[in-house]
Design a protein around this ligand. Structure first.
Ligand SMILES: [Zn+2]
Length: 249
C-alpha cells in the first residue's frame, strides 16, 4: 500500500474525531478536528489550505480525518486554514496569509486576523510539531540561486534556522523510499528568515518546531494527495504518535 492511498475520503473506517472546534469566526471559521489517544504522547498539528489554491493537502487532510484512529498522543487536523480562499480555490482573500504572521486583530484584512488567531490556537495547544501542507507551482530542478522568488519548491520539505532534526530527516528518508523517480524525491530546503512567515513565527516566537511540505503541482492530483497523506503519516510516526489508518498500522 504505497503511500497509504488505498482508502477513500468517504466511508472511512477511522473513529470519528473526539472533538471538533473552530479556528476563526463568522463566515471564516474553519473546523479543527481533534483526535486524542488513550495513551499520552506527543502532540502534532497538521494544517492545509494556508493557500487556498493548493488543494492536495486539503484532500489529504479530509482523507486522514475519515480514516485515522489515534492510540497514542494527540493529533489536530485543520484541512482548510484559510477557509474562504479554499472555498474559492484562490491563494488568498486580501493578502498572502503566509506573509501576515504573527497577525494582528487591529488590521481590517482578513488574513492578518486569521494568522493572529492561528498563532493563539497553536500557543494554546502547545504541540511538539506543526506540519503545514503546501503545493509548489515550480519544480526544484528549475531553481537557481537567482530565482529564489519563483517558489520552485516541488518536492521539498522546508525548515528554518536550526530546526533541521532527526524527525525531518527520518520523514524524508521514509517517503523517498517509495519514490523511484529522482525528480519525485523530497529534498530539504533551508528557507531564509522571513519575519512574517509561519515557520519562523512558530519557532522563534512560540518555540514550536514546524516544517512545510511542498508537492509539485505538475504531478497528477491523486499522486499529490497520496504523497501529502504519506508524508503526514511519516511525520506522525517519526514523532511517536501511535495510530492506525483504515484499520492498519
Ligand atoms: Zn503555499
Amino acid at each position: 500500500m504505497a503511500f497509504g492511498c488505498a482508502y477513500s475520503v468517504y466511508g472511512g473506517s477511522g473513529l470519528p474525531p473526539d472533538t471538533v472546534f473552530y479556528l476563526g469566526r463568522d463566515t471564516f471559521r474553519t473546523p479543527v478536528y481533534a483526535f486524542y489517544g488513550l495513551q499520552k504522547g506527543p502532540v502534532m498539528v497538521l494544517d492545509a489550505g494556508i493557500h487556498g489554491d493548493e488543494v492536495a493537502g486539503q484532500y489529504a487532510c479530509d482523507s486522514l480525518v475519515a480514516n485515522i484512529s489515534i492510540q497514542k498522543g494527540t493529533l489536530y487536523i485543520i484541512p482548510r486554514t484559510n477557509r474562504e480562499a479554499c472555498f474559492d480555490t484562490i491563494r488568498f482573500v486580501n493578502r498572502d496569509l503566509n506573509r501576515t504572521f504573527p497577525g494582528d486583530t487591529c488590521w481590517l484584512d482578513y488574513e492578518y486576523t486569521l494568522s493572529y488567531m492561528f498563532m493563539q490556537l497553536i500557543d494554546s495547544l502547545r504541540p511538539n510539531l506543526v506540519i503545514n501542507l503546501h503545493e509548489a507551482r515550480a519544480h526544484t530542478r528549475t531553481m537557481t540561486t537567482k530565482n529564489k522568488n519563483d517558489k520552485a519548491f516541488g518536492n521539498t520539505l522546508i525548515y528554518v534556522g536550526e530546526t533541521k532534526d532527526d524527525i525531518l530527516a527520518g520523514a524524508q528518508y521514509q517517503i523517498n523510499r517509495y519514490l523511484s523517480d529522482p525528480d519525485e524525491k523530497f529534498k530539504l530546503h533551508d528557507f531564509p528568515f522571513m519575519a512574517a512567515g509561519s515557520l519562523d513565527n512558530m519557532y522563534y516566537r512560540l518555540g514550536i518546531k514546524s516544517f512545510t511540505v511542498e508537492t509539485w503541482r505538475g504531478y497528477d492530483l491523486p499522486f499529490r494527495v497520496c504523497m501529502q497523506t504519506a508524508i503526514s503519516l511519516e511525520f506522525m510516526r517519526q514523532l511517536g504518535i501511535g495510530f492506525t489508518i483504515n484499520g492498519q498500522q
